[in-house]
Write a protein that binds this ligand. Structure first.
Ligand SMILES: [Zn+2]
Length: 46
C-alpha cells in the first residue's frame, strides 16, 4: 500500500505515511479513500 494514494474522507488531507495507524493527523478521522478511484476507468473488450 502506498500511503500517498489515500486521502482523508473528511478533510481530504493526504494520508501521512509516517503515521503508524490509519488515522488522519489533521482531523483524526479514520476513513480514507483512494484518490485514484475518482477517475477509475473500465475498458471493455467486446
Ligand atoms: Zn482528516
Amino acid at each position: 500500500m502506498y500511503a500517498g494514494d489515500y486521502r482523508c474522507a473528511k478533510c481530504n488531507e493526504p494520508l501521512n505515511s509516517s503515521s503508524m495507524g490509519l488515522q488522519c493527523e489533521k482531523c483524526g478521522y479514520k476513513i480514507f479513500f483512494k484518490k485514484r478511484e475518482e477517475n477509475k476507468q473500465t475498458y471493455k473488450s467486446d
